[in-house]
Design a protein around this ligand. Structure first.
Ligand SMILES: Cc1cc2nc3c(=O)[nH]c(=O)nc-3n(C[C@H](O)[C@H](O)[C@H](O)COP(=O)(O)OP(=O)(O)OC[C@H]3O[C@@H](n4cnc5c(N)ncnc54)[C@H](O)[C@@H]3O)c2cc1C
Length: 244
């Protein structure tokens, strides 16, 4: 809808398919070893779900930072995925949980989903129906933006200690896993992970931030998530660097 309003879609679509009334694409379902969230479940439903709060608190925290109430009421997990913005706030969380994207025809590991800037492994006529999350993983989340609401992230991060997963958005053309940092964390080397993460990311200067800021804050946030006591539901708090 954002692209449509900006007349950025070429060719401009003549027909739109509205998924909103398809109840089959909504809801949160639990099985013995996973939680499944419908692709058309809006963020408000994710935030309010007791199952999500219990098993995937980092996802509830991420959904809570998206836009503001109006966007949370209408925006969906499937839309955030297919939109594939490097700044999509749920996407590092999905990477940290090793989520699986379920479509009308197959399952796609989240690791293989983002193929380039705003590009995904989806076929042009492929519908995301749900996202599956394994149970029992502890993931923490932090978004750094200019404000506490209506802020596109300068960086956004989700971390699991075991298995080691360090997933970051707004620091490359895709939401990425910091593989060198993960390898250090897997060895229990926290300082090594913080040093290595600067090599894993490819930040740029843009309207929201600078590459220098992003690199520095990525390391600071990783230290905070690995060192400090942290609740996965910590809301967005702007982080600032001292003036140069
Ligand atoms: C004011 C504003 C503030 C925002 N703030 C944030 C923010 O802070 N953080 C953030 O991450 N995002 C933000 N967004 C972006 C928004 O959250 C995402 O674009 C949203 O999740 C998209 O969901 P949607 O269901 O509305 O998708 P749509 O906008 O309807 O669709 C987006 C794309 O996904 C495709 N798509 C949607 N559902 C499916 C499906 N089930 N299967 C296959 N393809 C599908 C559509 O065809 C389209 O290409 C903001 C948007 C606005 C307008």
């Amino acid at each position: 809808m954002v692209m449509l309003h900006a007349h950025a879609l070429r060719p401009e679509p003549e027909v739109l398919l509205d998924l909103w009334s398809l109840d089959e694409l909504k809801g949160v379902r639990r099985t013995s070893d996973m939680l499944e969230i419908g692709a058309a479940e809006p963020y408000t439903g994710i935030i309010a779900s007791p199952e999500v709060q219990l098993h995937l608190p980092a996802l509830a925290a991420a959904a809570h930072t998206i836009g503001a109430a109006q966007i949370q009421n209408r925006g969906t997990l499937g839309g955030n995925l297919a939109n594939a913005s490097p700044a999509g706030d749920t996407l590092p969380v999905l990477l940290a949980y090793d989520a699986v994207v379920v479509t009308d025809r197959r399952s796609i590991a989240i690791d293989e989903f983002f193929t380039g800037y705003r590009k995904t492994a989806l076929q042009s006529d492929e519908l995301i129906t749900a996202v599956r999350f394994p149970l029992g993983r502890q993931v923490t989340f932090r978004k750094v933006g200019t404000r506490a609401a209506q802020a596109i992230s300068k960086i956004v991060m989700a971390v699991s200690r075991s298995p080691a997963r360090i997933a970051i958005g707004s620091v490359a053309e895709v939401p990425l896993r910091a593989r060198r940092a993960e390898a250090a964390l897997e060895r229990g080397d926290v300082d090594g992970a913080i040093a290595a993460v600067a090599e894993d990311i490819r930040p740029i200067d843009d309207v929201r931030s600078t590459a220098v800021y992003r690199r520095t804050v990525t390391q600071n946030v990783l230290r905070e998530l690995l060192d400090g006591p942290h609740s996965p539901s910590t809301p967005t708090v702007p982080a600032f660097l001292p003036r140069r």
